[in-house]
Structures are given as structure tokens and as C-alpha cells.
Design a protein around this ligand. Structure first.
Ligand SMILES: Cc1ncc(COP(=O)(O)O)c(C=O)c1O
Length: 292
């Protein structure tokens, strides 16, 4: 239904973007009191949908917003959005805020109807140039809160950190807290060191990345050595390879860290292998050969 491209879903209805309005008293607008999810879809098939919906449920539960629909409802909505989006690859955005209240009061009101926004956008993935040259990153002290495991719409700290990285001549930042390298401003972190792939364990200071989990599954399936262990800032600086992973940017090699080449200053061998396995799982999904 290509005539519906450009529409967004708001509280039960598909509307043109220009007609989709929310109250200025919406707590998402006033406080960033909401959670969201971003789901990639390739050739009309959502990727790792079950995992994304599980994380959405966990985020909603953590902030005590009752899920406005059940699992089947979310699945129907994602599929409707993909039908409306037409051919090609898309990212599906789902957002739930606590809703609009008459008062601007910090405490949770008991009887609010959550606001549900959902939309799809074309997904282009990382550019060939980025995958050839890699990304320049810098390390920055993590100024975010202590519940980074919740996929909250309150992203001001992430936005400030990305801006700071850009103003320092980098393209993204790797965030360091208490001497440990945790993740990018919108991505999970991997390093390759002493022949093994490593990513930090899940916990309150990182988002449990869906792409991260897939990379670990692919490493296990193909016999690539890996460990889920803390990464110190010193180990990061000394890594042979650094990758940042996310649903929309996939697996991006970091080739410069704080203006110093990472390894040979170009995408490494382990990255090449992992990226090929990841691309293969996308192809299988497109062909309907694997479950999402
Ligand atoms: C802070 C943060 N960490 C990690 C990720 C990667 O998560 P995923 O692989 O589920 O996209 C994201 C994605 O937006 C993020 O914002």
C-alpha cells in the first residue's frame, strides 16, 4: 500500500505526519518519560523481532508503564508498518510514553493512557566508504545515568556526548566509566585482543544490544573465540580491532581511536569474517530461510 508511505501510527490510527499530534502535557515531551525500540527489517522481514519485543517489554516493566498491547498486537503493528512502507529495507521505530496528564507532576499518575507512536523509515545501513575506511572514535567519560539498560527516550546525555565527539573531530565516542569502556553513544562495543573477541557483560551501565547478542551467537556458531568480560580503557587503547554494533549501523569497524590507528588503521580480519556472517544472516532472512 504505497499510498500510505509517510504515514505514522499514533494511538491506534495511521495518520499523515502533518496530522499526527500529541499534547504538550505528554510526559514524553515534558520529561522524556518513555521508552522506545528500533527494529531493522530486510525485504519486509523484521530482524530479531522477538528479541526487540522482549527488550521493549523489559524497558516498559522497568519504568512501570503497562504495555499498551500484547505481543500479538505489537507483531501486527510491526507488520502493518512494513506493509505500508513498501519494498526495501526499513527501520521500525516504536515509542511508548507514560501519556498526557493535566498537571506537570513528577510522580507517576495512576490512570494515564500511554501514548504509542510507531513509524518506519528507509534503512540504508552503513555506507561502503564507512566499511572500507572504518570510523574515527574518541573516548569520553560516560555522563549518562545508572540505568542505561533501559531503552529510554531520555537521550540528552547521549546526544551531548555525540556532539562532543564530533566537535573533537571524531565520528562517535566510546564511553568510559570507572576506567571501563562500555559502549558507543548508540551502539555496543567489541574489541579483538590476544586473538579473542571481547564485549562487556550486560548490566546497568549498558544497553543489552540485540546486534551484540547476534554477534556472540555468530561467533559461537563459527568457532570464533570470544569472552564476555570487562574492557579496561587501557585494553581498549591496545586492542587489535574495535567494532561498534547496532541494529541500524550493523557492525562498524573503528579504525582510529583518539587519533591513533587501531591495529593497522583499517578494518581487521576478524571484522571481515564477522561482517560476512552477519550479512549472510540478513540474506537468509530476506529469502525467508531463517526465522526472524
Ligand atoms: C546506547 C546504545 N547501546 C547499544 C545499542 C545497540 O543496540 P541494538 O543492537 O539493539 O540496536 C544502541 C542502539 O540504539 C544504543 O542506543
Amino acid at each position: 500500500m504505497t499510498d500510505r508511505v509517510g504515514e505514522v501510527y499514533l494511538n491506534g490510527r495511521f495518520l499523515p505526519l502533518s496530522e499526527a499530534h500529541v499534547s504538550v502535557m505528554d510526559r514524553g515531551f515534558l520529561f522524556g518519560d518513555g521508552v522506545y525500540e528500533v527494529i531493522p527489517a530486510f525485504g519486509g522481514h523484521p530482524f530479531r523481532l522477538q528479541h526487540h519485543l522482549a527488550r521493549l517489554r523489559a524497558s516498559l516493566a522497568a519504568v512501570r508503564i503497562a504495555s499498551p498491547m500484547d505481543e500479538a498486537g505489537w507483531r501486527r503493528l510491526v507488520n502493518d508498518l512494513l506493509d505500508h512502507a513498501g519494498a526495501g529495507d526499513h527501520s521500525i521505530y516504536l515509542q511508548v510514553t507514560r501519556g498526557a496528564d493535566g498537571r506537570r507532576d513528577h510522580s507517576y499518575p495512576s490512570d494515564l493512557k500511554p501514548t504509542v507512536l510507531a513509524m518506519s523509515r528507509p534503512l540504508t545501513g552503513p555506507s561502503p566508504e564507512l566499511l572500507t575506511k572504518g570510523l574515527k572514535a574518541c573516548t569520553l567519560e560516560d555522563i549518562r545515568w545508572a540505568r542505561c539498560d533501559i531503552k529510554s527516550t531520555s537521550l540528552l546525555a547521549n546526544i551531548m556526548l555525540l556532539q562532543q565527539a564530533k566537535e573533537a573531530g571524531a565520528e562517535d565516542a566510546i564511553l568510559v566509566r570507572n576506567g571501563l569502556a562500555l559502549e558507543g553513544t548508540a551502539s555496543s562495543l567489541f574489541i579483538v585482543r590476544n586473538g579473542a573477541l571481547r564485549t562487556p557483560p550486560k548490566g546497568p551501565f549498558i544497553l543489552p544490544g540485540i546486534t551484540r547478542d547476534l554477534v556472540l551467537e555468530l561467533a559461537a556458531a563459527h568457532g570464533m573465540a570470544f569472552e564476555v568480560e570487562d574492557i579496561t580503557a587501557a585494553e581498549l587503547a591496545d586492542a587489535d580491532e574495535i567494532w561498534l554494533t547496532s541494529s541500524t549501523r550493523e557492525i562498524v569497524p573503528v579504525t582510529f581511536l583518539d587519533s591513533t590507528p587501531v591495529g593497522q588503521g583499517k578494518p581487521g580480519r576478524a571484522w571481515n569474517r564477522m561482517n560476512a556472517w552477519y550479512q549472510d544472516s540478513k540474506i537468509r532472512l530476506r529469502m525467508g530461510l531463517s526465522a526472524c
